[in-house]
Design a protein around this ligand. Structure first.
Ligand code: PMP
Length: 372
């Protein structure tokens, strides 16, 4: 039907045809439900127990108004104690958390140095930040230090900020956290570590790759709840004064309805269950080793993590191969720019406890056919 707005709608439609929502189907080689917590019976029981004890579904308002719920506060207390930070702040998603953190905490005179592969949500925060920023080549600690030294201006109040992920979402590789922490200490920088993909999977009791650094007053760790913890939302684990500042200044916190108290209750249970799940972590590690052995011949990179990228380069070929795998019953997704750099389109093979070694063997055969 022709509408008065058809020219405008046509432009929008041509932009949008590239991506479409697909129903969930096939063996899960793409979700971030690494420890299969999203459907775990123990999680269902915890959520139904929370409902029975009267936890609200909706919060009804901003945390600064009537939306503040005892479940939010309990989650934050328990998370800070477990992860070893002075305080924690619960937000509705990792996207909002990154955006809130980076748009609010660095001050006008500061400067952000960020890894070239940080997530879109970090870019969102940095775009809104009041200070300048410099991209640093991926995982190059020396380049961070050089860039900070070049920038280092006079004035004691100016702070550099180092922004990285501990485990990169599309490459599966790890940041040189110890070297970065040393650089941060030498230059009195704040170090922001996004642990979205490491939380629950790495570190003692799943406390992440930054577990040993948490507690330093210049280290801020973002932990998402929607991946290995099987829930939704995120925690910013940091010094109490930084949490207070976010509560007072972060627009994504102040002007948004507080996350569901029921989700806070689910997250409390998930943190406890995942902490006690060394067996799940060992099982995931065994799957990773099996997949690395099986899928290397197709070009999948052995990263030592649950994320195995298989870089194909060409966008159309990547999507065609992903589609062939899906048609064969394996839910592998193609990742294209702008999520990854131009020319590096890839299959992102993610391992979770939703699959078995037999599924990996099946994927190996399906890849052989799809890539032929
Ligand atoms: N940081 C990283 C590294 C991520 O991969 C993601 C999600 N893809 C986010 C932040 C955003 O987290 P959420 O999905 O909870 O919004």
């Amino acid at each position: 039907m022709l509408s008065r707005y058809s020219d405008h709608l046509e432009i929008l439609a041509s932009e949008h045809r590239r991506r479409a929502l697909q129903p969930r189907g096939g063996v899960d080689f793409s979700s971030n439900d690494y420890l299969a917590m999203a459907h775990a019976p123990a999680m269902r029981e915890a959520v139904s127990a929370a409902l029975t004890r009267g936890v609200s579904i909706g919060s009804g308002g901003s945390r600064l108004l009537r939306g503040n719920d005892p479940e939010h506060e309990a989650l934050e207390r328990e998370a800070a104690a477990f992860y070893g930070s002075e305080a924690a702040l619960f937000l509705s998603s990792g996207y909002v958390a990154n955006s809130a953190l980076l748009s609010t905490l660095p001050q006008r005179e500061d400067h952000i140095f960020y890894d070239a592969l940080v997530h879109a949500s970090a870019h969102e925060g940095m775009r809104l930040a009041r200070c300048g920023r410099t991209e640093v080549p991926h995982n190059d600690a020396g380049a961070f230090e050089d860039a900070i030294v070049r920038w280092r201006g006079e004035g004691r109040r100016r702070r550099p900020w180092i922004v990285v992920e501990s485990l990169y979402s599309m490459d599966g590789d790890q940041a040189p956290l110890d070297a970065l922490a040393d650089i941060a200490a030498r230059h009195e920088a704040f170090l922001v570590i996004d642990e979205a993909h490491a939380t629950g999977v790495f570190g003692p009791r799943g406390r992440g790759l930054a577990a040993a650094l948490q507690g330093r007053e210049n280290v801020i760790v973002l932990r998402t709840l929607g991946k290995a913890l099987g829930c939704e939302g995120a925690l910013i684990c940091c010094a109490a004064v930084l949490r207070d500042f976010l509560v007072n200044r972060a627009r994504g916190f102040i002007f948004s309805t507080a996350p569901s108290p029921l989700m806070a209750a689910a997250a409390r249970a998930a943190i406890g269950l995942v902490a006690a799940s060394d067996d799940r972590r060992a099982e995931l590690r065994a799957l990773c080793t099996h997949a690395e052995r099986r899928l290397a011949r197709h070009g999948a990179v052995a990263t030592g993590s649950q994320i195995l990228p298989l870089v194909l380069g060409n966008d159309a070929r990547t999507m065609a191969i992903a589609w062939r795998l899906q048609a064969a019953g394996y839910d592998v997704r193609g990742i294209r720019p702008p999520t990854v750099a131009p020319g590096t389109s890839r299959l992102r093979i993610a391992l979770t406890l939703n699959v078995t070694t037999a599924d990996i063997d099946g994927l190996d055969k399906a890849l052989e056919r799809a890539l032929a």
